[in-house]
Design a protein around this ligand. Structure first.
Ligand SMILES: NC(=O)c1ccc[n+]([C@@H]2O[C@H](COP(=O)([O-])OP(=O)(O)OC[C@H]3O[C@@H](n4cnc5c(N)ncnc54)[C@H](OP(=O)(O)O)[C@@H]3O)[C@@H](O)[C@H]2O)c1
Length: 253
């Protein structure tokens, strides 16, 4: 008797063109997923998708029509959604000097973008019978720090959307998880935050011999989404050993 091979499991990773998203796409592909690699920079996701045997999808998560295109590319069934697209913009300015546009952009990508992608892909996740939504939050979504209010407000938003969604889907076959990384040394996060100023971008990691790298977070994500279907890793905080708390970092100069 021949048995039907299981359908290939599928995953969407937003913000797959760099850092944590690209590393997550690689880990999930290694774990056997067909990965839809979504981001705005098409050349990068085409390269990554070719490398991992996935599908590149140009997508701006803040644009509803673009997100509808992503949902159309994915089709009627999806196993895992990793809402990773996000970031900080406008430097590290106190509230008294805050740039309204930078704050809007942060809310737009870290909260509204996440909501739009989730809303569009939820039917396909439900249809899989065992879907997972994993949101990439941050320790900035757990605590306040000076100069960070625009980003911390947005990442607290990510965390609250995560909790709300879990309550709303309690009787649906979809688990809702959040990973909250601390300091991760990725090539672009700091550069994007500080408008390309390399010195400011690197200052956060000064004296820290071993910050987390994208691979550390991606490996944890791959572990979270591969737990048995009755196990939900609701929230996972992951930091480098050197970062005992946001304000308590072991630096050696
Ligand atoms: N690095 C850290 O220390 C750290 C710590 C905690 C949490 N995080 C979170 O982890 C996630 C990834 O960060 P990272 O360090 O890997 O930063 P990164 O290298 O700057 O990656 C950000 C990704 O988001 C994508 N993106 C930005 N805006 C987008 C939009 N409107 N539509 C679609 N994609 C968009 C970017 O791709 P395109 O520009 O090509 O669209 C890029 O691939 C973010 O949510 C960040 O807030 C980072």
């Amino acid at each position: 008797m021949t048995s039907t091979p299981p359908a290939t499991r599928t995953a969407v990773v937003t913000g797959a063109s760099s850092g944590i998203g690209a590393a997550t796409a690689r880990h999930l592909a290694r774990a056997g997923y067909h990965v839809f690699c979504a981001a705005r920079r098409v050349d990068r996701i085409e390269q990554l998708a070719a490398e991992v045997g996935g599908t590149p999808v140009a997508c701006d998560v803040t644009d509803e029509a673009s997100v509808a295109g992503l949902a159309a590319a994915v089709g009627g069934r999806l196993d895992v959604l990793v809402n990773n697209a996000g970031g900080a913009f406008g430097g590290a300015t106190p509230v008294a000097e805050a740039d309204s546009d930078a704050w809007r952009r942060m809310y737009d990508v870290n909260v509204i973008g996440l909501m739009q992608v989730t809303r569009a892909l939820l039917p396909a996740l439900v249809a899989s019978g065992d879907g997972v939504v994993l949101n990439v939050g941050s320790t900035a979504g757990r605590i306040a720090y000076e100069g960070g209010a625009g980003y911390t407000a947005a990442k607290h938003g990510t965390q609250v959307v995560n909790e709300t969604l879990r309550l709303e889907l309690f009787d649906q076959p979809v688990r809702v998880m959040e990973i909250a990384p601390g300091m991760v040394k990725t090539e672009e996060f700091g550069l994007v935050r500080f408008d390309g100023d390399e010195e400011k971008a690197m200052a956060a990691y000064a004296g820290v011999a071993e910050p987390l790298v994208a691979d550390d977070v991606a490996e944890a994500i791959a572990w979270m989404v591969s737990r048995p279907s009755h196990v939900s890793i609701d929230e996972l905080v992951i930091r480098p050993k050197a970062q005992a708390a946001q304000h308590k970092v072991h630096r050696v100069f």
